[in-house]
Design a protein around this ligand. Structure first.
Ligand code: ADP
Length: 458
């Protein structure tokens, strides 16, 4: 995707190029200035040492000051001159352009510039036994060392831009290579968003375990969840339509039958009763759907408060007794008193109610002592609610799906007209909305136990 702004690639290249130039310039400046300083120090040392060494070739012998015949007046680039105490040049010759009359100053360094040359001059005076003395003047053309610096500077000035140019070119290539996966990711993401095809996944990059790989994996997980959510919604709509279609078809058939074929009042009554039964079924489904949708939309607005869950469980157990009596099921309770829960009381009530109703609904009519047991307890971190029954139990085929919306197990499908497979999905949703969990244990023919853990911290 092109925009008016420069690409990240260009910006990254620009940033590090500028940094590189800045750092190089700083480095060159530091290098040159420290070299100039060092050269200055070395030159002074050389000149001073040459002057001091020169006195080794001068001796006081036989009441005279004698200069050795092998006195070397040019040492390590330093010109050495010997002057009498009156300042007359006795030995050595001045460099060509060096001024003849220059005052001698003992132990001092002087810079003397003449024509194109710059000289560092050092004078040293020594007195001998006859109280006479001699001057040594050491002259060092500084341009020798400065020339080396100039050459180096030239090299650096040519070399650094070349190095920078190479670094920028190579850097741009590296950046391009590094950003290539981003281009691939954005291309794939664009094709997903424009094509409505959620089955497309971002390309996996073999062997790489970097941040971009993590990004691809995370985005793929997100797309997968979206795809799953869309699929679930589609499935849910189609299942609900199907659930509604059957009673509507029966109602329609009964109406047509009543309008055309029915002759007696008795037959009318039968047709109307069937219609009423189907309408009740539809009403029940609509009610459960509304309940579910209200539950799901209360997501962000859970009305949490502290309430006495022990009391709530006691009243749910009482309410269930009315339903249980009809099916000859005993309601047993084991409720620890005074447990306080932080949560949405209405939703928690609905959750426990759904579990209790199911436990009664799926009781075993053949059993002599059918029971439903509601237990409430708590530990350091959780409130634990369990609903146990010795009813029909859940078959292995149904077990993995019972929490899916609109999933109905064996008995539910055949026997109960008001079962739509929404109760447990609501239970799961309410528990998770309270950061809790639901666990199920069940054995076909023996019974089931549903255990909900709600964290105390809310
Ligand atoms: P419904 O009860 O309306 O069918 P639910 O979502 O409440 O929907 O339950 C889904 C399925 O799980 C039921 O159809 C049933 O097969 C199974 N089930 C739920 N609770 C129990 C239970 N206590 N004992 C046996 N089976 C159960």
């Amino acid at each position: 995707m092109k925009t008016g702004k420069s690409s990240i690639k260009t910006r990254v290249t620009m940033y590090y190029s500028l940094t590189l130039i800045f750092v190089s310039a700083l480095l060159v400046a530091i290098l040159i200035s420290s070299m100039i300083y060092q050269v200055g120090v070395v030159s002074r040392d050389t000149v001073m040492k040459a002057a001091q060494d020169a006195f080794d070739d001068i001796e006081y012998r036989d009441e005279y000051i004698q200069i050795d015949s092998d006195f070397d007046s040019y040492r390590k680039g330093v010109t050495l001159l010997v002057y009498s105490s009156e300042g007359d040049l006795i030995k050595g010759s001045l460099p060509e352009d060096f001024p003849y009359y220059t005052p001698l100053t003992n132990g001092d360094f002087t810079d003397i510039r003449c024509d194109d040359e710059k000289y560092l001059v050092y004078d040293l005076y020594n007195t001998y036994e006859n109280n006479e003395g001699l001057w040594i003047r050491a002259i060092y053309p500084e341009d020798i060392s400065l020339l080396a610096i100039r050459k180096l500077l030239l090299l650096v000035l040519i070399g650094i831009p070349v190095i920078i140019a190479v670094a920028i070119t190579a850097g741009r290539r590296i950046t391009s290579a590094a950003f290539e996966p981003i281009a691939e990711i954005s291309e794939a993401a664009e094709s997903i968003s424009s094509g409505d095809d959620l089955s497309v996944r971002l390309p996996a990059r073999e062997g790489s375990r970097d941040e971009l790989d993590t990004l691809s994996v995370t985005l793929n997980e997100m797309i997968e969840r979206l795809e799953q959510a869309f699929e679930n919604e589609k499935q849910f709509t189609s299942d609900v339509s199907h659930e509604l279609k059957t009673p509507v078809s029966v109602i329609l058939a009964q109406c047509e039958y009543a309008l055309s074929d029915v002759e007696t009042d008795e037959e009318y009554k039968v047709a109307l009763n069937t219609i009423v039964g189907q309408c009740r079924k539809m009403m029940s489904l609509i009610q459960q759907m509304l309940q579910l949708s209200r539950t799901l939309t209360s997501d962000s607005v859970l009305e949490k408060e502290y309430f006495d869950i022990s009391q709530l469980c006691t009243s749910v157990a009482k309410e269930t007794e009315i339903l249980a009596e009809k099916k000859n099921v005993k309601v047993i309770t084991d409720i620890s008193p005074d447990i306080s829960c932080y949560g949405d009381e209405t939703l928690i009530l609905r959750m426990i109610m759904n579990l209790m109703t199911n436990a009664v609904k799926y009781s075993e009519p053949e059993r002599v002592e059918s029971y439903v047991k509601l237990k409430l307890d708590n530990n350091d971190s959780d409130i634990v609610i369990s609903v146990e029954d010795n009813g029909k139990g859940i078959s292995d085929e149904d077990f993995p799906y019972i929490f899916n919306r609109l999933y109905k197990g064996d008995y539910s499908r055949s026997e109960d007209d008001t079962s739509f497979g929404l109760g447990l999905s609501m239970v799961k949703w309410i528990a998770e909305a309270h950061k809790g969990t639901v666990e199920t244990e069940s054995e076909k023919g023996k019974g089931s136990i549903f255990t909900v853990h709600i964290p105390k911290a809310g």
